[in-house]
Ligand binder design. Structure first.
Ligand SMILES: NC(=[NH2+])NCCC[C@H](N)C(=O)O
Ligand SMILES: [Mn+2]
Ligand SMILES: [Mn+2]
Length: 327
């Protein structure tokens, strides 16, 4: 395969980092995931990025809850729960990540549930298309495929649907703002870490020939080979957005999340994926989502090791993707 590398002047200058903190939980039913960004920031993540990794941070010092965009009444439409909140928050977030990315900044979005990838990724994709005339590749690291359409979703939760909207596999008037040129091509999407995929999602993955590396593939080939294959599949000619759902990691490392699934990535496997993506030099955006400090706080109290460990895992993943090296 011959590919033209992305000209370096179009890639983010490696010291300018745009940050958007998104306290949104409406893509699913469990409260507390909106407290994720605050927990990550309180743990010192932004200081680490600034002081240890040397980034110039572009952060508005706000944890956005977008209250003004969330209607009091928001009944389900076509099986989508809280459709107006999900759409309006993502539309606003889209403008925020677009504003950073169009100025050549690498964009870090801290969630929040995974529905926010609709806004974060579409904003970056729009800027990349304008600046480079190229699509955006997405590496989606997750226990789940999040590719249900509103028709196939067993839960009606939008955090199980972002990829379907982003890849144009489903469209709905509620998300009418999500234009064609903000979307990502299904053949530049690759999954790592899948282990809990709904029946309807498997059909969508098969029918659209979407590249996916499950935990089974990681067991068989090892994480090094799987990441090599994923990066080779994308090719070296387009920028990458890394969308990391903390539940990709095993519940041993990330127990405080809304939909944990056993048999996941070790901390090192998660960190390795991030390090390898960083090493490509083509990372233009990252999401870190689904850290929910309340999940286990309810059961065991706020200061349990489970909450601290999940936050620590989230911070580690972000630092690795942004260039923390071992030596
Ligand atoms: N971002 C997540 N944690 N997604 C979990 C999705 C679970 C399930 N597949 C659903 O559609 O509801
Ligand atoms: Mn997940
Ligand atoms: Mn997810």
């Amino acid at each position: 395969m011959t590919t033209t590398p992305v000209p370096s002047e179009f890639l983010p200058s490696n010291d300018n980092l745009g940050i958007v903190a998104v306290a949104f939980s409406g893509g699913q039913g469990k409260g507390g995931v909106d407290a994720g960004p605050q927990a990550l920031i309180k743990a010192g993540l932004l200081e680490d990025l600034k002081n240890d990794l040397g980034y110039k941070l572009h952060y508005d010092d706000q944890i956005h809850s977008y209250e003004e965009l969330i209607p009091a009444e928001d009944p389900a439409i076509d099986n989508m729960k809280r459709p107006l909140a999900c759409s309006q928050v993502n539309n606003r977030l889209h403008e925020q990540t677009y504003a950073h990315a169009s100025q050549g900044r690498l964009v870090l979005t801290l969630g929040g549930d995974h529905s926010i990838a609709i806004g974060s990724i579409s904003g970056v994709a729009r800027a990349i298309r304008e600046r480079l005339n190229k699509p955006l590749a997405v590496i989606w690291v997750d226990a789940h495929a999040d590719i249900n359409t509103f028709e196939t979703s067993p839960s009606g939760n939008v955090h199980g649907m972002p990829v379907a909207f982003l890849a144009g596999l489903c469209q709905h008037d509620v998300f009418g703002w999500l234009k064609e040129e903000y979307r990502i091509p299904a053949d530049k999407l690759v999954y790592i870490g899948l282990r809990d995929v709904d029946r309807g999602e498997k059909k969508i993955l098969r029918e659209n020939n979407i590249k996916a590396f499950s935990m089974h593939d990681i067991d068989r080939h090892g994480i090094g080979k799987v990441v090599d294959m994923a990066l080779e599949y994308i090719g070296d000619d387009i920028p990458i957005h890394l969308s990391f759902d903390v539940d990709a990691c095993d519940p041993v490392h990330a127990p405080s999340t809304g939909t944990p699934v056993r048999g996941g990535l070790t901390l090192r496997e998660g960190d390795f994926i991030c390090e390898a993506v960083h090493a490509t030099g083509k990372l233009v955006g990252m999401d870190l989502v689904e850290v929910n400090p309340m999940i286990l706080a309810k059961e065991f109290g706020a200061d349990t090791w489970q909450v601290a460990e999940t936050v620590r895992t989230g911070c580690s993943l972000v630092r690795c993707a942004l260039g923390e090296s071992l030596l």
